[in-house]
Ligand binder design. Structure first.
Ligand code: HEM
Length: 520
């Protein structure tokens, strides 16, 4: 019995090895000409254990390699080839091409969370946010294109305008929580920004409340917060790439439970809204969800759209990215009081001494604050690494990147290229003055990616960050803490040590008199 089992096991391993060798022969031939660290032997690739903490380390190893090679380089992870492109001309050519380039294989592992959402539409294979390996990559092809065409208009300004009210009441709650830290010791602002961002994105998408800030220990909030952790842990561990092994592992079992919790939460929100629409008709439109429900009606051209799946996907794409931008912006402003003063000056010009929440039009006027947020995302891009999967061989100067390779864009490092951003470690929002921006190649700034697969929620993300920062800066002075950042990367860039800072009230009396006024 034992001998038969052993024989079957070894035969399976040999067959896998033969299959993978055949599958990667073309890639290996072309990859051999691209500089990069020597590939490890197969056994090392398979048993290469990466813990969570190594995930951040892995990311910084890639940063080190990109500094060392300066131009295009490649590395193998298991049987996947990753080619890092650093020349701006090649980055532009690759990102602009929606026909030959699909999402990279990193998206595969978020499939349980995203189902067959637009982000994963049927195709070859893709990565989202650099790590979510979608396996049979959804975003390759017609399905992705047609879904994006249908959903993207829902992020138009008139719809954003209505979500300002949601942002206003959630920001009030956030400021009340933060007020408890005034004159106190340092605390991790990112923790609160994560919950605040979840509240905003969820309510905007579904019209329902999740109250993450009040119920941070709820099953739903904990499950959704686990998503990035699990997807990333899996993507970093080659043995867990196999569904069978992953599903048997403790991580796989934990994920299965959390996916059920999150999908149940989204399904309830969708069903509640469907019922409401049937009973009451369209009152107070919920732009994204109402459109998805409309599309999914039986007998229409897009009746394969599953609103629950799409809502989950957009939520995962939107909330951690926005939270990271908010957290890093606060942290940087705590360390750059001169820039914080300039932000405050612009706010005073718009609001005087009032603490009312901004209207959509006010937010459009916050030009300097927008530059601060863009510069924050240059230094600390929420998605520091993302990828695309090549469907055809692609020439980049002296090399050809083979079809099937994952082309990686290390935004974190590209944003630190001194030829594109002189004195790159310096926090200088003036880099985003209109004239300076116009002189720069648009593909040198990848905070929201670029080309046809760029961020769909960019305007919404900027609106949430600007609205929140506006209210926060007028109410509190942000002071530095003592704890330095220790960067880490799961779905979004974060800090293992948190983003610690201290707060001082700007004026207690002003705040007490004028806090919750909302002008539509
Ligand atoms: C400051 C905040 C944000 C940043 C820095 C950001 C950044 C990005 C980046 C870099 C990508 C490309 C990822 C890749 O190609 O792998 C992306 C895609 C995407 N983002 Fe954002 N994002 C932000 C906020 C949001 C928000 C608030 C939403 C929606 C609520 C959103 C929805 C999406 C969607 C749906 C995609 C996929 C687009 C497609 O596949 O066609 N994002 N984002």
């Amino acid at each position: 019995m034992l001998v038969t089992a052993l024989f079957l096991f070894i035969t399976t391993l040999v067959l896998c090895w033969v299959y993978l060798r055949a599958k990667t022969r073309h890639m290996a031939k072309l990859a051999a000409k691209i500089p990069g660290p020597k590939p490890s032997p197969l056994w090392k690739k398979i048993f290469n254990r990466s813990t969570d903490h190594m995930s951040g380390d892995m990311f910084f190893k890639m940063v080190q390699l990109s500094q060392m090679y300066k131009s295009t380089f490649c590395l193998w992870k298991g049987y996947e080839l990753f080619v890092f492109v650093q020349d701006i001309r090649h980055i532009a050519a690759l990102l602009a091409d929606s026909e030959e380039v699909a999402r990279s294989c990193t998206y595969k592992y978020s499939k349980p969370w995203l189902g067959s959402s637009m982000l994963l539409a049927e195709g070859k294979s893709a990565y989202m946010f650099g790590i979510v390996n979608l396996g049979a990559c959804p975003c390759a092809g017609e399905k992705w294109k047609s879904r994006r065409k249908l959903i993207a208009p829902e992020f138009r300004p008139s719809n954003l305008e209505s979500s300002v009210k949601i942002l206003s009441s959630n920001t009030d709650n956030l400021l009340d929580r933060l007020a408890t830290f005034v004159d106190g010791p340092e605390f991790d602002v990112h923790y609160f920004m994560n919950l605040h961002s979840l509240d905003n994105v969820w309510e905007t998408l579904t019209g329902a409340k999740v109250d993450a800030l009040q119920n941070s220990e709820s099953k739903f909030v904990k499950a959704i917060n686990n998503a990035s952790h699990m997807v990333h842990s899996r993507s970093m561990h080659p043995l867990l790439h196999l569904d069978l092994l992953f599903n048997m592992s403790s991580l796989g079992r934990m994920q299965a439970k959390d996916v059920i919790t999150v999908r149940a939460g989204s399904a309830t929100a969708v069903e509640d809204r469907r019922r409401q629409l049937l009973q009451e008709g369209v009152r107070n439109r919920v732009p994204i969800l109402d459109t998805l429900i409309e599309l999914s009606k039986k007998g229409t051209a897009h009746d394969d759209v599953d609103p629950t799946t799409e809502i989950n996907a957009i939520l995962i794409a939107g909330y951690e990215t926005t939270a990271a931008a908010l957290g890093f912006a606060c942290w940087l402003l705590s360390r750059h009081q001169d820039i914080q003063e300039k932000v405050l000056k612009e706010q005073r010009e718009i609001f005087g001494d009032s603490h009312r929440f901004p209207t959509y039009r006010d937010i459009q006027q916050m030009k300097y604050l927008e530059m601060v947020i863009k510069e924050t995302l240059r230094l600390y891009p929420s998605v520091p690494l993302f990828g695309r999967k090549l469907r055809k061989d692609f020439d980049v100067g002296d090399f050809t990147i083979p079809a099937g390779a994952n082309v990686m864009f290390l935004a974190y490092q590209i944003h630190r290229n001194p030829e594109l951003f002189p004195d790159p470690e310096n926090f200088d929002p003036d880099r985003f003055l209109p004239d300076t921006t116009l002189r720069r190649n648009p593909y040198s700034y990848l905070a929201f990616a670029a080309g046809p697969r760029n961020c769909m929620g960019m305007k919404f993300g900027l609106m949430v960050t600007k609205g929140t920062m506006s209210a926060l800066i007028r109410r509190f002075k942000i002071l530095p803490g003592n704890t330095p950042l220790s960067l880490d990367y799961t779905i979004a860039l974060k800090s293992r040590t948190g983003m610690k800072l201290r707060l001082e009230s700007r004026s207690r009396h002003e705040v007490a008199n004028d806090k919750t006024e909302f002008l539509p």
